[in-house]
Design a protein around this ligand. Structure first.
Ligand code: DGL
Length: 278
């Protein structure tokens, strides 16, 4: 059986790239719902529906385990997926999100450095859900969490603007100002795309702020998870077969795949996914 990776579009390839680098032996199916991206400014109800549809597609592609790489989808839908949808329709299959691994990694950092002020940036859906705040507070009750929604960043990045650009810097400064004022000591980049902005963000928040990006953390936590879930791990095929499904072959998809997958983007075949309503 396969490992599925789902994102609202192509940004999730930043996470997937880390899986290919750190866990290269497994068979993967990547699904990007780029016909309906962005999810980040949609309602939780719609995000839940889209997420169910995507999971249904991936389960039919023989995925035993699906990692939701999309923060907006994890934030708005994961709980309901795990508590309602899976037990009813796909008992035995597993769905993991992207928020828990990052919060666990923050906890490791916090126990070393004793920080108490953390910032989170993400889409409007992620920030409104307060999923990061809840999980950080649960793990580290004394830590103060400050959030900032940054809805303009995904369009900037998808336009290829992620460094050395005055307009981008202005927008970033504007968004990050509320967090730097709070004297944050660590900052979670809680969106698939933001990893590409790490250097620009670091310049603004200063070198002392620890920035957590998601790809490598998610890959390491998945490795840990698989080493504990022996029964599940045994079911996974290890033939390095990777399939890419998108819901739209729109004019930019090849450029975006290259942007996010970097060296892993050569010689890949994309198939069009037909997603059923559920
Ligand atoms: N993948 C989304 C996330 O990580 C960003 C793009 C979108 O808004 O759909 O939140």
């Amino acid at each position: 059986m396969n490992i599925g990776v789902f994102d609202s579009g192509l940004g999730g390839l930043t996470i997937f790239r880390a899986f290919l680098e750190h866990l290269p032996t497994y068979n993967y199916v990547y699904l990007g719902d780029n016909a309906r991206v962005p999810y980040g400014n949609r309602s939780p109800e719609i995000i839940y529906r889209f997420t169910k549809e995507a999971l249904n597609f991936l389960f039919k592609k023989n995925c035993q385990l699906v990692v939701i790489a999309c923060n907006s989808s994890t934030a708005a839908a994961l709980k309901k997926i795990q508590h309602n949808y899976l037990p009813k329709y796909y008992p035995g299959r597993k769905v993991l999100g992207i928020i828990k691994p990052v919060v666990e990694s923050l906890e490791e950092y916090q126990s070393l450095k004793k920080i108490s002020r953390v910032g989170v940036v993400g889409t409007t859906a992620t920030v409104n859900s307060k999923a990061f705040v809840r999980q950080i507070k649960k793990a580290m009750p004394r830590v103060h969490v400050y959030q900032q929604a940054c809805p303009l960043l995904v369009p900037f990045i998808e336009e290829g603007i992620h460094k050395d650009n005055r307009a981008l810097r202005l927008v970033l400064k504007n968004y990050l100002n509320s967090l730097t004022k709070k004297k944050i000591e660590a900052l979670i980049l809680g969106c698939t795309h933001y990893e590409l902005l790490k250097k620009e963000i670091q310049k603004i928040v200063g070198r002392k702020v620890q920035i957590l990006t998601e790809g490598k953390i998610a890959a390491e936590k998945l490795k840990e998870y698989l080493s504990l879930q022996k029964e599940l791990e045994k079911k996974l095929e290890k033939k390095k077969k990777v399939s890419y499904f998108l819901t739209d072959e729109e004019p930019n998809y090849k450029r975006l795949m290259k942007l996010f997958l970097k060296s892993h983007s050569s010689n890949i075949k994309v198939q069009l996914a037909e997603i059923d309503n559920v």
